[in-house]
Design a protein around this ligand. Structure first.
Ligand code: ZN
Length: 469
């Protein structure tokens, strides 16, 4: 009797650099796992001919936002449409991320790090070790795998930023640091300071392109500087993104945008760093508002953007054209002397921020021969799986791996299908996935299961592993 599978994808180009595979073959999944690769005789509950398409381990976006604070619930659908199967929310707040994942999930696996934010999760810009240990314990109990230092948005003191990374290292938790402290802006100098403050501890340094915007000189020179700094700090894992737009909060309090980054972007465009200045910037088209249309967020400017920002009482996402092209391209493709990528991951800083462009822009680099298709898979799946401590089960298509697959149409720079744990997320142009799985620390497993989600356990110490030579 022929074997019966949940899914069979026939005749695609299987690109699985983790297992040294790049060949035309069928792939079958059963019970949420990869069951077989080769010439498959059985039948599948779901069967598709994917000849001419690339079949890769599911795309893992190592930097997204899907919280009530940033990004919003629509990010789940936006990621599903972009071929993403697993993502790391890079700020929390964790309770909002779990709530949205349970209620608005589209079948993805979601992890979250919770922000260290003065007045919210810590009492001041200079919290001590004991307070930070409590902050981490609370975040973990709610489902976060670690902490995010908000730097350029809501900075801590330099000393407290270093203490956060000491606490997460001591406890084997994840940590990411948006460079910048109360005295240092978000630029290459801020990035160098972050790397020094890590003091050899594991760190995810997000969106390297955000520190190399050429505000103080040549953006490409800054990109080279950033690469040299990362080369000197092998304890640090990094990603960059390809979109021209940034993502900020439009929220104002007492007549001023709360986020430092929003204030800076207003000044850069010649606007006052005030609520009035932001209103004028939106009306003039310098600031673009994230407006929900047909279930996804889109950029809106002028009168429509202004109306949406006012209707949200300023508490809505906004973007500015902040990223010049040259460093974005260079950081995405640069390699170290051993051939590995200088910037480990290609991410989006997307989710609910409308720039889920790993396929639309990342595959454009494949077209340009600036990135091989294996390189694309390494930066969007293999390396992100590794930093999340998931490389045994995700980031490759070996038999027994999680049934996480993204099918790419290289000609259209677009995903045509995706699966997580053998279940369709995106199929025939439709978002099929429902609910979420969450990657959580052991102490949050019951809490997150009680919200109706399956969990994967993030064992302390398994994440941001040391770089092997
Ligand atoms: Zn971000």
């Amino acid at each position: 009797m022929a074997t019966r599978y949940d899914v069979i994808l026939r005749g695609g180009q299987i690109v699985d650099p983790g297992n040294g595979v790049n060949q035309v073959a069928d792939i079958a999944m059963v019970g949420g796992k990869v069951a077989e690769i080769g010439d498959i005789a059985g039948t599948g509950e779901i069967e598709r001919d994917v000849a001419g398409m690339v079949v890769m381990p599911g795309i893992i976006d190592s930097h997204v936002h899907v919280s009530p604070w940033l990004g919003g619930a629509a990010g789940h659908r936006m990621m599903a449409l972009a071929g993403v199967t697993c993502a790391l929310d890079m700020a929390g707040p964790i309770d909002g991320v779990t709530r949205f994942a349970a209620q608005h999930g589209c079948g993805l696996t979601i992890a979250c790090i919770d922000y260290v934010r003065p007045g919210h999760t810590v009492t001041s810009v200079d919290p001590g070790m004991d307070e930070l240990r409590d902050t981490l314990a609370r975040a973990r109990a709610s489902g976060a795998i670690g902490l995010k230092i908000l730097g350029g948005h809501f900075p801590l003191s330099a000393e407290a930023s270093g203490r956060v990374m000491q606490v997460t290292a001591d406890e084997g938790a994840y940590v990411a640091f948006h460079s910048g402290t109360v005295n240092t802006p978000q630029n290459v100098d801020g990035m160098r300071e972050s790397c020094d403050l890590a003091a050899g501890n594991p760190l995810h340094l997000p969106h390297i392109n955000s520190y190399t915007r050429g505000l103080d000189g040549s953006a490409l020179v800054e990109a080279e500087e950033a690469i040299a700094i990362l080369n000197a700090h092998p304890n640090i894992w990094s990603e960059s993104y390809l979109a021209p737009i940034n993502g900020n909060s439009g929220k104002c309090a007492n007549g001023t945008p709360e986020a430092v980054a929003t204030q800076r972007n207003l000044e850069r465009g010649g606007f006052e760093p005030s609520q009035q200045g932001l209103a004028k910037a939106i009306a003039d088209g310098w600031a673009m508002v994230h407006v929900l249309k047909d279930g996804i967020n889109v950029l809106s400017r002028g009168a429509e953007g202004l109306a949406a920002w006012q209707a949200a009482e300023t508490d809505i996402g906004i973007s500015f054209f902040a990223n010049p092209p040259e460093p974005r391209l260079h950081l995405a493709t640069a390699t170290r002397s051993d051939g590995s990528f200088a910037i480990d991951g290609l991410a989006t800083d997307g989710g609910g921020i409308p720039r889920n462009d790993l396929c639309s822009r990342g595959l454009a680099l494949v077209h340009l021969d600036a990135l091989s298709i294996e390189g694309f898979v390494i930066k969007t799946s293999v390396n992100p799986a590794r930093v999340l401590g998931l490389s045994a089960r995700k980031g490759h298509l070996g038999v027994g791996a999680d049934g996480d697959v993204t099918v790419l149409d290289l000609a259209r720079l677009a995903p045509v299908a995706s699966f997580a744990h053998g279940q369709p997320i995106l199929l025939d142009g439709q978002v099929m996935g429902r609910g979420s799985r969450m990657l959580v620390p052991p102490q949050a497993a019951d809490h997150v299961r009680a919200m109706g989600m399956e969990v994967l356990i993030a064992e302390p110490g398994s994440m941001i592993p040391a770089r092997t030579a």
